[in-house]
Design a protein around this ligand. Sequence first.
Ligand SMILES: [Zn+2]
Ligand SMILES: [Zn+2]
Ligand SMILES: [Zn+2]
Length: 258
Amino acid sequence: MTELSLTFLGTGTSQGVPVIGCNCEVCSSDDLKDKRLRSSVLIQSPKANVVIDCGPDFRQQMLRTSCSKLDAVVLTHEHMDHVAGLDDVRPFNFITRKDMPVYCTDRVLQRLKVQFSYAFAEDKYPGSPGFDPHLIKANEDFVVGDQSWKAILARHGTWPVMGYRINDVVYLTDVNGISDESMDHLIGSKVLIVSALRKETHVAHYALSEAIVMAKKSKIPQVYFTHFSHSMGLHAMESKALPKGMTFAHDGLKISLS
Ligand SMILES: [Zn+2]
Ligand SMILES: [Zn+2]
Ligand SMILES: [Zn+2]
């Protein structure tokens, strides 16, 4: 079995934790587990380092994990807290002298062409980021580095969002619904990472109780929650109330998947 690990680079929702200007007990907490950059994970195999999502904290995340090699970026959807850091792939462009492979749906690519129009321009300014887009489709397999990935379609309010299964791990963020067909692709997985925004309901994200229901339905034995806001409460306190096998992820947490 391949040696595979996953590191949580960020576990916060779109504003991160602490939130600018907020003095709540979570934003004021000294516990490093209450400090959450925008959500992203680094998946490392012997041959490839891949990030899922590339939000506004991407540069800081690469530096603090000493990640000096990146082979691909895989995107879940086009919200800025998941793509805003794409300009910062430039150091990797300069090291490899190649465009960065970016795996996403056509819908996401069309948005990137608007948000990062300068990077797709014919007369690119020297030093602009270089992207090498690879289109993926819902519920289909694709290969990144030396791993087979499956894109799993889920719902994010009125938007589609892609979750991913790599070996026995499933990463599903910014979701508030998943079809039975997509759920079938989760069968047999050992680790589920799923977003849970807060305790109160939201139009486009699972509340914690909804994420717990979905996780139980999946029957995946080890569950990590991610992408949550300061209103979820203190990590140390809230962790005690979770069902067995379920944990709040925190920035820097690294899990072995082999
Ligand atoms: Zn998000
Ligand atoms: Zn706060
Ligand atoms: Zn989103």
